[in-house]
Design a protein around this ligand. Structure first.
Ligand code: HAM
Length: 416
């Protein structure tokens, strides 16, 4: 027996109700803020991701699904959605459109991680990217969109964490200070962090090991080492977030797992949760378009994990509206009535009403049992007598009352 590959899951019908709910909220909210949908391919040239996400990140070092195709090209299943959107922005000359260009996506993402609750090897993201404007008001708008998305889903008890990690000018100086600090605390660090000191010092700050957390809590803070431009950007952003009434918390240990962020970074977490709990995150990536061969083009975006949203909707018992299902079952008695049942079902469907038709030569009792377990509102029964009379029996499944109705009157009776 084959099973779904480790870290992947089937989304069965009983789960689909959550997915449709989330996708519809995402699409309608994105539209309110002026975002248009973009779909990019599932795989891209490997270089796009090593270049953008960063050679020294966990994603590039350990988590990418990279393969060579039959033509000898190195391709990678997308481990995130921002770089593909930037690639498409450049490829399709979107720099000639009014800026910022706003695009959203609902996409599958692939990372070879150790699977656990809320962490998969294939997961799905709703993401938004606003490319072509450096205004901190755009940061505030994107953060507002992310926050309103969770609000509109009915999720509460969330924390909005915010930080600024500086830019090309000021970050190197901050990293030097950070490295010095960590060099003097090397003995207490976990094995991973010992290698991070040289490889990726910012990530030292978000290590989840208890002893490393103590060291990180007392570490120098990026906000104390910002250049005047970064400090002003961050100050204005906070002012706008206050105007919007968004309850943000400045978290000095918030850094992100991808290398392309300068300035603003943010994450949204369920309160009092563990390491795998972040349901959304993003930030500015002002240098990425240039890194990929375009002109300097500031940008900001965020993405959220749909599987983690589903987990939180269940945990918070948020009521989800059911998906529409057929409310009519058409049962037949005998082969002659069957032709009429086929025609009637088709005509009701052509009229826009959902119908489930009884199959095979099961007894009426068995067909009614099936109708009952499907939870339909009505069962239409056609037997020989009804066939002769040009009528059907209409059974209300909630009251079990039955009446004979001429076929021509059936749509009106069913309210369609
Ligand atoms: P990220 O933080 O790596 O950011 O991923 C975004 C969200 O995807 C996370 O907050 C989390 O909810 C979900 N997620 C990540 N990995 C997994 C996993 N293995 N299993 C389940 N859910 C997961 C990005 O990918 C950036 N591209 C976001 C962005 C857009 N920044 C700017 N624009």
């Amino acid at each position: 027996m084959y099973r779904a590959a480790r870290g992947t899951t089937d989304i069965l019908p009983e789960e689909q109700v959550y997915w449709r709910y989330i996708e519809q909220k995402a699409a309608s909210l994105a539209q309110l803020y002026g975002y248009e949908r973009i779909d990019t391919p599932v795989f891209e040239e490997t270089g796009l991701f090593t270049r953008s996400v960063g050679e020294n990140t966990d994603i590039v070092q350990k988590e990418m699904y990279t393969f060579e195709d039959r033509g000898g090209n190195s391709l990678t299943l997308r481990p995130e959605g921002t770089a593909p959107v930037c690639r498409a922005y450049l490829e399709h000359g979107m720099n000639n459109l009014p800026q910022p260009v706003k695009r959203y996506y609902l996409a599958s993402i692939f990372r070879y991680e150790r699977p656990q609750a809320g962490r998969y090897r294939q997961h799905h993201q709703f993401g938004c990217e606003a490319i072509g404007d450096a205004d901190p008001a755009l940061d505030a708008e994107v953060i507002d969109l992310a926050w309103q998305f969770f609000q509109s889903l009915g999720l509460q008890r969330l924390t909005l964490n915010l930080n600024s990690i500086g830019c090309k000018q000021c970050r190197p100086k901050y990293l030097a200070v950070l490295k010095d600090y960590y060099a003097s605390n090397l003995a207490t660090l976990c094995a991973d962090c010992k290698t991070r000191v040289e490889r990726n010092p910012l990530r030292l700050l978000d290590c989840k090991q208890a002893t490393c957390q103590q060291v990180a809590d007392a570490a120098p803070r990026s906000v104390d080492h910002l250049c005047p431009e970064c400090a002003e950007h961050f100050r204005r952003l906070q002012g706008y977030l206050n105007l919007l009434g968004l309850p943000f918390v400045i978290n000095h240990r918030l850094v992100r797992g991808l290398d392309y962020y300068p300035h603003t970074v943010f994450e949204i977490q369920p309160e009092a949760e563990g390491a795998q709990s972040t349901i959304g995150g993003g930030g500015r990536y002002d240098d990425l378009i240039e890194e990929l061969g375009g002109k300097p083009t500031p940008a900001i975006g965020f993405a959220t994990g749909i599987e983690r949203i589903v987990l939180n909707l269940k945990r918070e018992n948020v009521p989800i509206p059911p998906l529409p299902r057929p409310q009519v079952f058409v049962a037949h008695i005998g082969e002659a009535a069957r032709g009429e049942a086929i025609k009637l079902s088709a005509s009701l469907r052509r009229n826009g009403g959902g119908v489930i038709e009884g199959m095979g030569d099961r007894s009426l009792k068995a067909q009614l049992r099936q109708a009952n377990s499907l939870g339909v509102r009505y069962t239409v029964i056609i037997g020989e007598d009804e066939l002769k009379a040009g009528a059907v029996v209409l059974r209300d499944m909630t009251t079990a009352q039955q009446k004979t109705v001429p076929i021509s009157k059936l749509p009106a009776e069913l309210g369609s």
